[in-house]
Design a protein around this ligand. Structure first.
Ligand code: AHG
Ligand code: MN
Ligand code: MN
Length: 351
């Protein structure tokens, strides 16, 4: 019997196939995705041997604009992505979670077509414990044709995304992206240094059995959010009194929370699940960032049949007022997220 390899399609050839659907395409988008996948390989190489390389684990003594500690590997990942992206002048501007201001890509002298915003290392506070971390990216097209790009170019809603994706540095390294034609996952084969198609056309279950949230924040949530969580746990429509009575077994959902958004999102995308990061008293607008975390993942989840909401409206409809704007995030299986949105929109009358 001959053992045939499962699939030998690389990201490069997958994106080239997409490009062929647009005969007028210049190839800039294709080469930009290639740059991202190359940067991901470099970060993957260094993340997987982090404990072996001197002086790469642990925190720097710097904080980002939101006052969060920057890890050494954050710094490393940012510089890899800034170096690799847009080397052929495709990118005019890049924004990163850890950098206060957007960075102009000098290779394009401000003329590149694309805007890339990324979270270079999501979940980086977990890295010293060998927990999965990730990279998230969103690609928008500039609107103005002027050499000087303006605020409207940078601050676009998720609906305008051309493509988005994430890389998860887990038990294997995976690259998952959408350019509006399905969601596709590629697994890095370290022996040949290529991402090979392993998950074609990912569709997320419509309804799920998993919720992911940091429940320690319950005292910091609004009564409405507490009610949502109570019903996820004890069963939809369950009355408050069930908390004292023995809850019906199997009525509620299971809980899974890694504390690394990309890892929680990826598991829920494949198995079905809802991830929640509601507003808290310490983060009244939520903690997660619209442009580098919520919007790119919202595009992925919608293309996989799921849904993402800020509690009132689709995340993809939220226009950022700042590169680092935060939003509450409810994302995952469509039916579950819609149910949460409906319950939250009823406000205190649901209590
Ligand atoms: P980052 O490491 O990019 O700052 O993101 C951390 C995020 C996200 O990965 C995770 O889901 C969330 O923070 C966890 O927050 P809590 O520790 O508040 O639960
Ligand atoms: Mn993050
Ligand atoms: Mn980060």
């Amino acid at each position: 019997m001959t053992l045939a390899p499962k699939n030998l399609q690389t990201i490069e050839s997958h994106v080239l196939d997409l490009q062929r659907l647009h005969p007028s395409a210049s190839g800039d988008f294709t080469s930009l995705l290639n740059d991202i996948s190359f940067a991901a390989k470099v970060v993957s190489r260094d993340v997987t041997k982090a404990g072996l390389v001197e002086d790469i684990l642990g925190a720097t003594d710097e904080e980002n604009v939101q006052g969060e500690v920057i890890q050494k590997l954050d710094d490393f990942a940012i510089s890899v992505f800034l170096k690799c992206l847009g080397r052929r002048g495709q990118v005019c501007i890049m924004g990163s979670e850890e950098l206060a201001d957007p960075v102009f890509a000098d290779t394009s002298q401000g003329t590149g077509k694309y805007i890339v915003v990324f979270d270079p290392l999501d979940g980086s506070s977990n890295i010293d414990a060998n927990v999965s971390v990730g990279t998230i990216f969103g690609i928008w097209k500039r609107k103005s044709r002027l050499a000087q790009i303006n605020q409207d170019d940078l601050l676009q809603p998720g609906r305008e995304l051309v493509a988005s994706g994430y890389i998860i540095y887990g038990s294997s390294t995976m690259f998952v992206y959408t350019a509006g034609k399905g969601v596709h996952g590629f697994t890095l084969d370290p022996s040949i240094g290529e991402f090979l198609l392993s998950h074609e056309n990912i569709m997320t279950p419509f309804q799920s059995q998993i919720y992911s949230v940091n429940e320690a924040y319950e005292p910091r949530w609004s009564p409405e959010v507490r009610e949502v969580l109570r019903q996820l746990k004890y069963g939809r429509g369950s009355k408050l009194s069930t908390r004292k009575d023995a809850p019906t077994e199997g009525a509620g959902m299971s809980s899974r929370y890694i504390g690394s958004l990309v890892a929680d999102f990826h598991r829920n995308l494949l198995y079905g699940g809802i991830y929640l990061y509601p507003p808290t008293t310490s983060h009244p607008n939520g903690k997660l960032r619209l442009m580098c975390e919520a919007a790119p993942l919202a595009l992925i989840v919608e293309n996989a049949g799921g849904y993402a909401s800020d509690g009132q409206r689709p995340i993809l409809d939220v226009t950022p007022d700042d590169l680092h704007m935060r939003v509450p995030l409810y994302i995952g299986s469509r039916e579950d997220v819609m149910w949460v949105e409906t319950l939250l929109s009823k406000g205190s009358s649901a209590l």
